[in-house]
Design a protein. Structure first.
Ligand code: WTA
Length: 663
């Protein structure tokens, strides 16, 4: 498990409790209501989910079946209902007379602010949908989106949803190889991209990465690349294949009848890292997913028409899907979208933007908070107390455990001790929040995501699937299906079944892949980190295998093993142990090679996968049967004394070498 055991102990001993003072406007006002909802979900599971399905969404044809378990774990929800996600996010608000409400306030890296209303956004989505149709994109086709955090990116996603095409967004920081893998696995017919994105004052080419990806070959399914022109930089265009987006949009009508799809129709496939080799395409449905995106906006964030909601996640991650593209729009809310980075022009950018746009709900990652704490400690001018943050009423965090000190700072310095913090635990696979406090109801403990949402039967079990007692660590599972859960892994149903519904647990519980423990008194959940070989670096999921494969693809590398080590800012940092084909270089030459390997990994996967530490060794610590002993590598990475039994080790001398060779 990736978290430091000492941290876990200190969090479990955490006795501070913050009783909510917020008055909920639209959601759950107190714990009694929360408990009544949980009881309803157990007493009448189908009735409960059917009610939420009807309350949260507009159906073109209402569903009559709620949950179909006949082919478990391939569950079906609202199976005979017909709907359209983009209709629910746009048309229904315009038809209800709310077309003039601001849907998105977008701020560019350089500070240019653009606003669109729901009526304008609907018109733009329709034009984009018509462009897609004019290029022959049909229902069920897959479309890759490689775009910056922008209105255009959201329009592209919504337009796919409107015509029933399944989108697969690739994070703008991922490499050509990552795009290539996803294009092939998804069998994409079209790629939507931009010439470049601007972040931190720098223009980073996107289209040229797509060109590189397609040049790797085998992407015959791709007919066109649509290019949104965002900068003066421009880009090369391949005649016949590449098309400038803006002139095509201008020719299209602002009306487009939505394609009504089954509730189970795949809205999107989002690739994420697992414990083995290639990233897996997590497939989500339309009905169940959108229901939960909408419901959790109400429950976890108490969203109202008066709020200005800001989720800082990129659309390339699940958080940007559920809490930027779909949840806020489905609720008819006003949200802020930001293309830049928190530290440009300086580390007060977030606080300035909250002040400027009177943001009331702010949702970000612990890693961002930790880096802004550091910056504020060093420079008073970027401290949140210098800014008027009085518009805030609710704060949120996501992606990794938040340490109690960072929680306290967020609470005091950003929230003015007034705003409850929603520590939302969830995953790409869960579609939306699963364990999280409710802003007006749940007493908060720093560092704990508290209790499951109503309907989520989260539990902690041992390796055989038996419940463990509170206070005992174990595997986090969800015992009953829920509407927004992963449906399958694209192209790989066996991997879905084996990975998430393993035989060892009787094949009946969803296995989250995290270790957790429940507090003996409060029964609150404490997440202890991944139990598999998945790292969490700045809230981003990366498989150790992916990074290892990238390293061994370098001509000088014979073998590599990657582990995580705790890091003050990024939560976890990547530490790579590398065996070279030739002799280990020394001094400057070693530093040079280490940097070359970092650049190599950046090129193979993306900058977020660059190893922080690299250690060269003549070999890796292995058992006599040749298995790499990763727990020893984890101790070395942390500079800890090795207390584990090393008697099964084939080559004990290697430990000393690896210990001293950090570059
Ligand atoms: C971790 C992000 C502790 C966890 C939405 C999970 C968290 C993985 C929290 C999923 C939290 C997410 N507290 N850990 N509040 N939220 N995690 O798929 O290890 O990018 O399994 O989804 O992030 O990462 P993913």
């Amino acid at each position: 498990m990736s978290q430091n055991p000492q941290n876990i102990q200190s969090v479990l001993n955490e006795t501070r409790s913050f009783v909510p003072s917020l008055k909920a406007t639209s959601s759950v006002p107190d714990m009694a209501t929360y408990e009544a909802l949980c009881a309803e979900a157990v007493r009448d599971e189908q009735g409960f989910w059917a009610r939420l399905g009807r309350e949260n969404l507009d159906w073109h044809k209402p569903f009559t079946q709620t949950l179909d378990e006949s082919n478990a774990p391939f569950y079906r929800w609202y199976g005979d209902g017909l709907l359209n996600a983009s209709y629910n996010c746009l048309d229904r608000h315009v038809l209800a007379g709310r077309g003039d409400v601001t849907a998105i306030i977008s701020e560019s890296d350089s500070g240019v602010v653009t606003r669109v209303t729901y009526a304008e956004l609907l018109a733009r989505v329709c034009q984009m949908a018509n462009v897609l149709k004019s290029l022959g994109v049909q229902k069920s086709d897959r479309v890759i989106i490689y775009m910056p955090m922008s209105i255009e990116g959201i329009v592209a996603m919504q337009a796919c949803a409107r015509i029933g095409a399944t989108h697969s967004v690739v994070f703008g920081g991922f490499s050509a190889k990552a795009i290539h893998e996803r294009v092939i696995d998804a069998g994409a017919v079209l790629i939507i991209t931009a010439d470049a994105q601007t972040r931190g004052g720098k223009q980073l080419g996107l289209k040229l990465v797509v060109d590189e990806a397609l040049a790797l070959g085998g992407c015959d399914t791709v007919r066109h690349v649509l290019v949104n022109q965002r900068t003066e930089q421009g880009c090369d265009m391949v005649v016949g294949r590449d098309l400038a987006l803006e002139p095509l949009l201008a020719q299209q009508s602002t009306d487009c009848v939505p394609e009504w799809v089954d509730a189970e129709h795949p809205l999107f496939v989002l690739y994420t890292s697992g414990s083995t080799g290639t990233p897996k395409g997590v497939q989500h449905s339309t009905g169940g997913y959108l229901m939960w995106a909408t419901q959790t906006m109400k429950w976890s964030f108490d969203i109202t028409a008066q709020d200005v909601f800001w989720c800082t996640a990129d659309i390339g991650w699940i958080t940007g899907h559920t809490y930027v593209c779909y949840g806020p729009l489905s609720c008819g809310a006003t949200q802020l979208v930001f293309e830049g980075i928190p530290t440009y022009p300086d580390a007060s950018r977030f606080w300035q933007m909250i002040e400027r746009h009177r943001c009331s709900i702010f949702y970000t990652a612990p890693t961002a908070i930790r880096s802004l704490i550091k910056a504020a400690d060093m420079d008073e001018q970027v401290h949140p107390k210098k800014y008027d943050l009085s518009s805030l009423r609710i704060l949120g965090t996501v992606g990794e455990p938040i340490n109690p000190e960072a929680w306290m700072w967020y609470h005091k310095q950003v929230g003015g001790e007034r705003c409850p913090i929603m520590d939302t635990f969830w995953q790409t696979e869960t579609g939306g929040h699963v364990i999280t406090p409710l802003p007006a109801a749940t007493p908060l403990t720093p560092g704990s995501c508290t209790l499951p949402l109503p309907g989520i039967q989260a539990a902690i079990v041992d390796e055989t699937g038996e419940d463990v007692e509170n206070g005992q660590g174990g595997l986090l599972v969800i015992k009953r299906p829920w509407p927004s859960m992963i449906r399958t892994i694209w192209n790989n149903p066996e991997r879905f079944k084996a990975g998430y519904y393993p035989e060892e647990l009787g094949g009946r519980y969803y296995l989250a892949g995290d270790g957790a423990v429940r507090h003996s008194d409060t029964t609150y959940f404490q997440i202890m980190g991944r139990i598999d070989d998945v790292l969490n670096v700045s809230g981003h999921r990366l498989g150790t295998m992916e990074i290892e494969s990238a390293l061994v693809a370098h001509p000088m590398v014979a073998e590599a093993a990657v582990v995580g080590k705790p890091d003050e800012v990024s939560g976890e940092a990547i530490c790579a142990f590398v065996v070279l084909k030739s002799a280990i270089p020394e001094g400057e030459a070693a530093v040079k090679l280490a940097n070359e390997l970092r650049e190599w990994v950046k090129h193979e996967i993306g900058p977020i996968a660059k190893p922080k530490d690299i250690r060269f060794g003549d070999n890796l610590p292995k058992t006599r049967s040749g298995k790499i002993m990763r727990r020893l590598l984890r101790s070395i990475a942390k500079d800890e004394a090795i207390t584990q039994d090393t008697s099964t080790l084939e080559n004990p001398a290697i430990l000393d070498q690896l210990r001293t060779s950090v570059v």
